[in-house]
Structure formats: structure tokens, C-alpha cells
Design a protein around this ligand. Structure first.
Ligand SMILES: O=c1ccn([C@H]2C[C@H](O)[C@@H](COP(=O)(O)OP(=O)(O)OP(=O)(O)O)O2)c(=O)[nH]1
Ligand SMILES: [Mg+2]
Length: 148
């Protein structure tokens, strides 16, 4: 679609911008911009800077998602996944990482720490009712349709 989105690099940012690793990747890899290494001890949470600010147009949001390789090999994931970057946010994009492994993990500057998916969203208005239309599912949920 080639929608152009404004991006600003902060002083501590890395040289390259987030990018798609392959032609049809849905997410762009986000790069750690911490000057000094950040150690995430087992079960610890750390906020990792990316050094970039963006200005998304209305109806687009950015979702911060984990990288499966970091999760599988090192137990590192995005605590608030998917993190939400609102269209009106102009601050630095930061990534909340948690270490679920037993070993410490060190985030080095330049490391690909998470991925960012740009998605469309809608805002709605409530139409408050006393009764909602009936459906075959009704209030069934949480496994109501069976195991297999
Ligand atoms: O992983 C994240 C999540 C959020 N943000 C930024 C962008 C987002 O637009 C803003 C607010 O995020 P969110 O709405 O998830 O946090 P909140 O706790 O509700 O804070 P606020 O009251 O500022 O909305 O913080 C990040 O940089 N990284
Ligand atoms: Mg919020």
C-alpha cells in the first residue's frame, strides 16, 4: 500500500530505521537503542528504548509483538503483548520485555528485540440498549462449543 508515515530519530537512535525482514513480513523489526547493555534477570521486566517517534495517521495503530526466536531460545517476550502505539502518540516507542527463562539475558544496542505490526482500527459510538439480538451462541463461551 506504501502509506508514508512520519518518523523522527532521537539522539540515541541507531542508524537504521525499523524494517521488514522479508518482502511479505507483517511486522518490522524494532531495534534496541540503549547505549549501555540492559541486563534482564530471570522474571525481571525492563523498558527498552528504540530511539524513534512516529506520527501514524488516524485509523492506523502500531502493535508491538514478541519475536518468536527470542521467546523460544531465551524466554524473552513482550509483557503487554500486543503493546499499543496510538495514532496520537508522539513520544519514544519503548518495548516492555520480560525474561521468563532462568538465565539472565542481555539486550545489546542494535539487537532486534520485538516486531511492530501496523494495523487499521475503528472507533465506535455506543448505542445503549436494554436488550441485544439473540444468537445461537448466546452467552456460551469459554469452551462451550466442546473440546474437539
Ligand atoms: O509497549 C508500549 C505500549 C505503549 N507505548 C506508548 C505508546 C502508547 O500510545 C502510549 C500509551 O500506551 P497504553 O495506552 O498502552 O498505556 P496506558 O497505561 O493506558 O497509558 P496512557 O494513560 O498514557 O494511555 O505509550 C509504548 O511506547 N510501548
Ligand atoms: Mg492508554
Amino acid at each position: 500500500m506504501n502509506i508514508k508515515v512520519k518518523i523522527k530519530k532521537l539522539e540515541h537512535s541507531v542508524d537504521i530505521l525499523p524494517d521488514y525482514a522479508t518482502q511479505q513480513s507483517s511486522g518490522m523489526d524494532l531495534i534496541a537503542a540503549n547505549i549501555e547493555p540492559i541486563t534482564i534477570k530471570s522474571q525481571e521486566v525492563k523498558l527498552v528504548p528504540t530511539g524513534i517517534c512516529i506520527a501514524l495517521p488516524t485509523h492506523l495503530e502500531a502493535q508491538i509483538r514478541p519475536r518468536s526466536g527470542l521467546a523460544l531460545k531465551h524466554g524473552i517476550t513482550v509483557l503487554n503483548s500486543p503493546g499499543t502505539i496510538d495514532a496520537d502518540y508522539r513520544g519514544e516507542i519503548k518495548v516492555i520485555l520480560i525474561n521468563h527463562a532462568k538465565e539472565d539475558f542481555v539486550i545489546e544496542r542494535g539487537m532486534k528485540i520485538a516486531q511492530m505490526v501496523i494495523a487499521r482500527y475503528e472507533q465506535i459510538l455506543w448505542d445503549e440498549m436494554d436488550l441485544l439480538d439473540e444468537t445461537p451462541r448466546g452467552s456460551g463461551g469459554f469452551g462451550s462449543t466442546g473440546k474437539f
